[in-house]
Design a protein around this ligand. Structure first.
Ligand code: DGL
Length: 243
């Protein structure tokens, strides 16, 4: 058991995986893209727990002893129960990078984008209470994660135009991408809102994973998609090879 397993409701978690690989280039990875159950963002806690448990069991079967929940929604809703259930496995979770607002003393207008599941979770509410700067808008762009998963650029642009129109004149200086799919469309968001500072939780996750690695081995990556989509596999390796 010495592989790192990373999963999300599809390919979004690649934004986290890439940060991990930057810090730990020589290791064996399994990426599980659960596109069959996408989106996670509007599932109930009960539904999501069963889904997440099923993925984790598969990753353990494939010799993963460190498992990264590369999904803000699943982390926010399930991580406490999952850690309770899998005491022998290292479970690393992601969270919206709102602490950065506090750490860097941002007093300007902040826009935090995340799924419904994340925003409604107790974990998120606690995080927000602790670190928001009283100038933070929290917003859930409807269907955005699913459209990114689908990968149709025109539809994503249309969605962003509609969903972000209420913030165009709000002089947003900082955008927190609280869903691991969203960094994949950062440039499109920039085109609409301007050149803000962007934060996401992936660097924090990568540092945390690195802290558990005693010795590196050899790079290898296995990709699994729960819909058995060849197209997804091609997209995954294409995104992985890009800077
Ligand atoms: N990428 C996920 C997240 O970080 C979930 C998106 C979804 O399936 O709704 O929240």
């Amino acid at each position: 058991m010495n592989k790192i397993g990373v999963f999300d409701s599809g390919i979004g978690g690649i934004t986290v995986l890439k940060e991990i690989i930057k810090l730990i280039p020589n290791y064996e990875y399994v990426y599980y893209s659960d596109s069959f159950n996408n989106p996670y963002g509007n599932k109930t806690k009960e539904e999501l727990y069963v889904i997440v448990k099923n993925v984790i069991d598969k990753l353990i079967m494939m010799d993963c002893n460190i498992i990264v929940i590369a999904c803000n929604t699943a982390s926010a809703i399930c991580v406490d129960d999952i850690r309770e259930e899998y005491k022998d496995i290292i479970i690393v979770a992601v969270e919206p990078a709102i602490k950065m607002i506090n750490d860097y003393g941002h007093t300007d207008n902040v826009l935090l984008l995340a799924t419904k599941g994340t925003v409604e979770s107790t974990r998120f509410k606690n995080l927000y209470e602790k670190y928001n700067n009283n100038n933070t808008y929290v917003y859930t762009p409807l269907n955005l994660a699913s459209l990114i998963e689908e990968g149709n650029s025109r539809k994503i642009n249309e969605c962003l135009k509609v969903e972000l129109r209420g913030f165009v004149d709000k002089e947003i200086n900082v955008v927190i991408l609280g869903c691991t799919h969203y960094p994949l469309v950062k440039d499109k968001i920039k085109k609409i809102l301007g050149n803000q500072i962007f934060y996401d939780g992936s660097i924090g996750v990568a540092k945390r994973v690195k802290s558990f690695i005693k010795e590196e081995t050899k790079f290898k990556i296995t990709f699994i998609d729960s819909s058995n989509s060849k197209e997804k596999e091609i997209r995954f390796f294409d995104l992985l090879s890009k800077k």
